[in-house]
Design a protein around this ligand. Structure first.
Ligand SMILES: O=C(O)c1ccccc1NCC(=O)[C@H](O)[C@H](O)COP(=O)(O)O
Length: 265
């Protein structure tokens, strides 16, 4: 599935680049630079009394199909912010998650917290694009960036002033990520509990990989998190934040669902 999504993403980026070449993006970025004030993820996490939540905005997923096709990104973001969210993650991938770049722009405008661009970022063009969309944080998935690609994307993201959520799922990916010149104020580790081959989620992934990550880095557990008991278990594993999608976008009252999850409701 990951290979399929990445192949589709490369075609999507090629089309975007044909319509608007990189040099035009760079020029637009120069014009925008003085008006962009990035929002810090560590600062947002520092303001949280309970487990910090990165709440996701997505309409569908490859594993579950449609989740909430009528979701209004601004309304959902507003509910999250009122419930005390730390960061909002916006899925911009159109084919499998039914998201768009416009969703991110709308959300970033209407909230004060940092916004994560969740997509399959595999080319530098997408990093320039993310910066232009005013994303504060981008997701770099180690499994989608083999060989030198991970280091190259991380370097370029840093050069553009983007904070990075470095997503890992295996011991080998932890080693690849930790070999990069990470900075703890700007780079965060996301342990994905979802196996992207089988779609199964297991907290065991976080339990096994968390001890391999140095304590200086903010560490986030991602996917399949839907109960306060799970959140309590993750706290015991020394996890500072959780990334939650399905449990919130399918809830009748997403703000209340968020508060109940972390015990602030
Ligand atoms: O969610 C999927 O089916 C999926 C399939 C292939 C690649 C990525 C996928 N999900 C992206 C995510 O990382 C999740 O949206 C995120 O961790 C939230 O997970 P959940 O709370 O289980 O919705």
């Amino acid at each position: 599935m990951l290979d399929q999504i990445v192949a589709h993403t490369r075609r999507r980026v090629a089309a975007a680049e044909a319509a608007k070449p990189l040099h035009q993006l760079m020029k637009a970025l120069e014009d925008q630079s003085s008006a962009f004030f990035p929002r810090s993820l560590p600062q947002a996490f520092g303001q949280q009394a309970a487990m910090a939540v990165i709440a996701e905005i997505k309409r569908a997923s490859p594993s579950k199909g449609p989740l909430n096709m009528t979701l209004d990104p601004k309304e959902q973001a507003d509910w999250y912010e009122q419930a005390g969210v730390a960061v909002i993650s916006v899925l911009t991938e159109p084919e499998h998650f039914k998201g768009s770049n416009e969703d991110l722009v709308q959300v970033r405008c209407c909230v004060k917290c940092p916004v994560l661009r969740k997509d399959f970022l595999v080319t530098p063009y997408q990093l320039y694009e993310s910066r232009l969309l005013q994303a504060d944080v981008v997701l770099l998935i180690a499994a989608a960036l083999p060989g030198d690609q991970l280091a190259a994307m991380h370097r370029q993201a840093a050069a553009l002033g983007l904070q990075c959520l470095m997503e890992i799922h295996t011991r080998e990916e932890v080693e690849r990520v930790l070999a990069l010149p990470l900075q703890r104020e700007r780079d965060f580790i996301g342990i994905n509990n979802r196996n992207l081959k089988t779609f199964q989620t297991s907290l065991e992934t976080t339990r096994q990989l968390r001890p391999l990550i140095p304590g200086e880095f903010i560490c986030i557990s991602e996917s399949g998190i839907s109960t306060p008991d799970t959140v309590a278990e993750l706290k015991e594993m020394n996890i500072q934040g959780i990334l939650v999608g399905e449990a919130l976008v399918t809830a009748a009252d997403p703000g209340n669902a968020l508060k109940l999850l972390v015990g602030t409701g």
